[in-house]
Design a binder for this molecule. Structure first.
Ligand code: NAD
Ligand code: WQD
Length: 335
């Protein structure tokens, strides 16, 4: 029996492959490499010593499922595949709706056709919009979602929930990630953004390695501890472990979990923590707030702890250490 991992060549996918192997699962990968490199999968093999069947195809390519199911015995799917740039989705909403929503629809149909009714779906804290309260629990209502990207996550959630209402055999786990950062401690796999990063940690590491001159801090007038934005950063390996635990505890019906640490860290605290760990100065300047950003976003991860027995164990220092180790060893990512 094997797990079909869509988007398995990507940042979170590769780290999850490692943890799945460690837990004794066999994975089969479906990825069109639109935002990833085949080298990432070679690195995963190096870490785990396992071999993986890899299908380079789009999740909306119906023909590929025939081949995958003929060649493998799939028991469940972890569905990471999707486009994830907030800014790109504002410019190209149709592309995002097509890729993420239509792709997910085809995937679910093809799985159901073969009676595979276990799925873990990668959702995001972005579905909470401007949170009604913090720490955010799973009961927090969804908010106004500022980007087409975020809307695809919310719409896919709704779609899957409706499907599960109609089919009681469906075991669906929706994982809402907070802010994944860091890298595998080997330094062999990590986050490899195309062009200039949008996200804070890869921006910091690229400043530290000399690829970018300085960090822009988007706003210092939020109602937060020091005025800069506060987020719940989570080590990508902890996040990957959350998937393994969710797989082990899967049950029929819908289960929704926040995956975060429950702690809020500000932009300025993150810069300090990174400088302390790396010994490298990160020059920055404060500029306007970034449109669509919220001041504060961190979760209560109590539900995942209680029901899955999962909690994040790696702290901000470890996140910075591993992000830096990856960036230093791979200044140009996988290229
Ligand atoms: P990523 O871009 O590194 O990985 C996504 C992978 O999916 C890539 O390898 C890409 O090539 C593949 N892909 C995209 N569209 C595809 C398609 N149509 N068919 C086949 N493969 C396709 O992103 P990631 O950071 O690893 O994110 C994984 C998932 O988690 C995404 O769904 C993302 O929206 C979600 N998520 C990410 C974050 C984050 O901050 N990284 C936060 C919350 C949720
Ligand atoms: C974190 C903090 C910024 C860059 C995004 C998506 C979300 C999810 C995770 C997928 C904020 C500040 C950032 C910079 C800065 N992805 N910042 N200078 O916006 O919380 O979440 O990634 O689902 O959907 O929206 O993460 O890392 O971009 O920002 O000051 O150059 O860092 O303002 O306070 P965000 P981020």
């Amino acid at each position: 029996m094997a797990i079909l991992v869509t988007g398995g060549a990507g940042y979170i996918g590769t780290h999850t492959l490692v943890e799945l192997s460690a837990a004794g699962y066999k994975s089969v990968i479906l990825d069109n490499l639109s935002n990833s490199s085949p080298l990432a999968l070679e690195r995963v093999k190096k870490i785990t010593g396992d071999d993986y069947k890899f299908y380079k195809a789009d999740i909306s390519d119906r023909a590929i499922y025939k081949k995958i199911f003929e060649e493998n015995d799939i028991e469940a799917c972890i569905h990471f595949a999707g486009l994830k740039s907030v800014s790109e989705s504002v410019s190209f909403p149709l592309y995002y709706f097509q890729n993420n929503i239509v792709g997910s629809l085809v995937l679910i149909e093809e799985l159901f056709k073969r009676n595979v009714k276990k799925m873990i779906f990668s959702s995001s804290a972005t579905v909470y919009g401007e949170p009604a309260f913090v720490p955010i629990t799973e009961r927090c209502p969804k908010g106004e979602i500022p980007s087409p990207y975020g809307k695809t996550k919310s719409m896919i959630e709704e779609m899957l929930i409706d499907i599960s209402k109609a089919d009681k055999e469906f075991a669906l786990v929706i994982l809402r990630y907070f802010n994944p950062i860091g890298a595998h401690e080997s330094g062999l796999i990590g986050e490899d953004p195309n062009e200039i990063p949008n996200n804070l940690m890869p921006y910091i590491t690229q400043v530290a390695v000399g690829k970018l001159p300085r960090l822009r801090v988007f706003g210092n007038d939020y109602k937060t501890k020091d005025g800069s934005g506060v987020r719940d950063y989570i080590h990508v390996t902890d996040l990957a472990d959350g998937h393994v635990m969710a797989l082990q505890k899967m049950k029929k019906g819908v289960s929704i979990y926040n995956l975060g640490t429950g702690n809020g860290t500000s932009v300025l605290e993150m810069v300090k923590a990174f400088e302390n760990v790396s010994g490298v100065n990160v020059p920055y300047y404060v500029t306007d707030r970034r449109p669509g950003d919220v001041g504060e976003c961190y979760c209560s991860a109590e539900k995942a702890k209680k029901e899955l027995g999962w909690r994040a164990v790696r702290d901000i220092q470890k996140m910075c250490e591993d992000a830096w180790n990856w960036q230093k060893n791979n200044p140009n990512g996988y290229s």
